[in-house]
Ligand binder design. Structure first.
Ligand SMILES: [Fe+2]
Length: 214
């Protein structure tokens, strides 16, 4: 008897907890307290404000850009992807008042990065590796990643059709932009502040050029 076990079509999610981010997070929170008009919220449109226009003049935005590049490189390395000649970047913020949430959506990009500058306090690990999450327990500003397999939750043999991420300041996630995700209501009196980066990979113009880069 020959038994072979495959796990096809997994979805890679990379998390990075950056150390010593308190000064950066404080600068980012202060920036948006002073200039709330910068907050463009979740925005799918190609003409969305790109906060990277501030990178040359606001050091915190440049630090954020650098951290997102680090995250994208980790994701691409983990997937064994070495071909892109560049990455187009679109950075926007999500500054939430009490009671605000984000409905299920995905992004027009290849990869999404999320970075948390200010969140509710929690002692929990960001991702519980065990499969014991209650889908309908809202929590406080919890990020829900939904299984990209269509109607995966409708089969009783499905092991896990969603993942909850309990955010904390300094945490970054990188995952494919096709992954549907949502955020449960923010319960605190303060402004919760997160940033999203859309990564669009740029590829060499011709197959010959592609091979020359390898
Ligand atoms: Fe999003």
């Amino acid at each position: 008897m020959e038994v072979t076990d495959y796990a096809f079509f997994p979805t890679r999610v990379v998390t990075i907890q950056f150390p010593d981010t308190e000064p950066l997070n404080a600068e980012l929170c202060d920036l948006f307290e002073r200039r709330p008009e910068l907050d463009d919220r979740f925005n799918l449109h190609p003409d969305a404000q790109n906060l990277l226009r501030l990178a040359d003049t606001v050091p915190a935005i440049e630090q954020l850009r650098s951290k997102f590049i680090t995250g994208a490189k980790h994701w691409l390395d983990a997937e064994g992807i070495a071909g892109p000649e560049g990455i187009d970047l679109l950075l926007f913020s999500n500054r939430s008042c009490r009671g605000e949430s984000t409905v299920v959506h995905n992004h027009h990009a290849d990869l999404i990065g999320i970075y948390y500058a200010r969140t509710a306090d929690s002692d929990r690990q960001p991702i519980d590796p065990a499969d014991g999450e209650d889908y309908f327990e809202a929590g406080d500003g919890v990020l829900l990643l939904h299984d990209p397999r269509f109607n995966a939750n409708l089969t009783t043999v499905c092991h896990r059709d969603h993942v909850k991420v309990v955010p904390r300041p300094g945490l970054m996630l990188i995952f494919p932009a096709y992954v549907w995700h949502s955020v449960t209501p923010h319960r605190g009196e303060f402004h919760r502040l997160s940033f999203a980066m859309n990564f669009t990979l740029r590829w060499p113009a011709s197959p010959a050029e592609y091979h020359s880069l390898k």
